[in-house]
Design a protein around this ligand. Structure first.
Ligand SMILES: C[S@@+](CC[C@H](N)C(=O)[O-])C[C@H]1O[C@@H](n2cnc3c(N)ncnc32)[C@H](O)[C@@H]1O
Length: 278
């Protein structure tokens, strides 16, 4: 577990519940544009948070810097060398910040084998919240249905491995882009098959994490690669153990990847398969 350092909570880190207000709600009209509700933040400053599948660690940094978390274990799939090379120069800067703040940073952590990771075991292995934002296996296949299947397998194995690291009452948070092909992953079903249930879901607001910038699995792309993850609609799903108890032998079942409308793989303008978060 990361070294505890007392931090001042950023006033914008509201926890998950909106504060009650005594003011009368204002009616939206032409002169007063409708106000979006405050973003939901699925952790509290005092939580022990495990971050899985980080890209350049900008999300982890924001969680510490802007939300006052002081007990985080931030992990990525890449080795340190690969990471620093893929996300140059920002990953190294973000890691330095986290380490200076006394937080734990681990490399080469496989989300599907969290339960076997000896470094995680050393940290105490009990987390209030496990977060995997925008999980994606990368461009394994250009066939949409196969690509969906690979990502489903990643998620099911992640869910099963993460369960054993949850403290009592702990939650797993996964964020996905809205729309196809992500809806084809059927994340709620995958979680159910793994012994989890959805507690709630909410719009992911990237601006609630100042400094966060969505990382592509491939690494930095010159010119940004045509789209910015922060600008796309996304949703976070919060899962908890079914019934709040332990899960004996969670099922391995993965629903077959449903066919897209045409049954054919889709392609984007740049020639990549439409499941383009690579
Ligand atoms: C689209 S990127 C998102 C990165 C980051 N979470 C973000 O929000 O910017 C998908 C991430 O999933 C990671 N990933 C893929 N397979 C993984 C695995 N088996 N274990 C851990 N991470 C994995 C990739 O390394 C990559 O960083």
């Amino acid at each position: 577990m990361a070294k505890n350092k007392k931090r001042k909570l950023n006033p914008h880190s509201s926890g998950s519940k909106p504060q009650p207000s005594s003011k009368k709600p204002q009616k939206a009209n032409k002169s007063t544009p409708a106000k979006r509700p405050d973003p939901t933040i699925p952790f509290q400053a005092e939580d022990r948070v495990l971050l899985v599948g980080e890209g350049d660690f900008s999300f982890s940094k924001s969680v510490v810097e802007h939300h006052g978390c002081c007990d985080i274990t931030a992990t990525c799939y890449d080795s340190q060398e690969t990471l620093f090379d893929k996300y140059k120069p920002q990953a190294e800067e973000h890691v330095r910040y986290l380490e200076e703040e006394g937080q734990a940073v681990l490399y080469s952590v496989d989300a599907t084998k969290l339960d076997q990771n000896k470094h995680l075991k050393k940290t105490g292995g009990q987390f209030d919240v496990v977060i995997f934002n925008f999980p994606h296996v990368g461009g394994k296949s250009k066939d949409v249905n196969r690509q969906v299947r690979f990502n489903q397998e990643l998620l099911v194995s992640f869910f099963q491995a993460a369960l054993s690291l949850l403290a009592a009452g702990g939650t797993i948070v996964v964020t996905l882009f809205e729309g196809e092909p992500y809806t084809l992953w059927n994340i709620r079903d995958l979680a159910r098959h793994s012994g989890l249930e959805v507690q709630r879901s909410f719009r992911f607001v990237a601006e609630a994490y100042p400094g966060y910038s969505h990382s592509r699995t491939l690494g930095n792309i010159e010119g940004g690669g045509g789209w910015k993850g922060e600008d796309r609609d996304a949703r976070s799903y919060v899962f908890q153990k079914k019934g709040g108890g332990t899960v004996p032998g969670a099922a391995k079942a993965v629903k077959p990847a449903p066919k897209t409308e045409s049954g054919k793989r889709k392609r984007t303008e740049d020639g990549l398969a439409s499941d383009d978060d690579v």
